[in-house]
Design a protein around this ligand. Structure first.
Ligand code: SF4
Length: 76
């Protein structure tokens, strides 16, 4: 049976949330009878993205409120 789970892949201090936040990936691991098939990444999210989305101030691309700012980007 395939395994579907969220995993933290990067952590960073976010000045908007004033806390350590995590970039997470939803990963699907293949069933044990398909061992040569690699794991697949389905989606990404910020660990506090849902909370940020409920604030009135603009957050970042991961909260869906400011598409021009990505704090997890190497350039940020
Ligand atoms: S969604 Fe963006 S602004 Fe909000 S906590 Fe995560 S990284 Fe920070």
């Amino acid at each position: 049976m395939a395994l579907r789970t969220w995993q933290s892949i990067k952590s960073q201090y976010c000045p908007h949330a004033e806390a350590e936040v995590y970039l997470e990936a939803e990963v699907v691991y293949p069933a044990e009878w398909l061992p040569e098939q690699p794991a697949r990444v389905l989606a990404h999210r910020c660990s506090r993205g849902v909370l940020c989305n409920q604030n009135s101030s603009g957050g970042c691309v991961w909260s869906g409120t400011n598409p021009s700012y990505d704090p997890f980007s190497e350039r940020a």
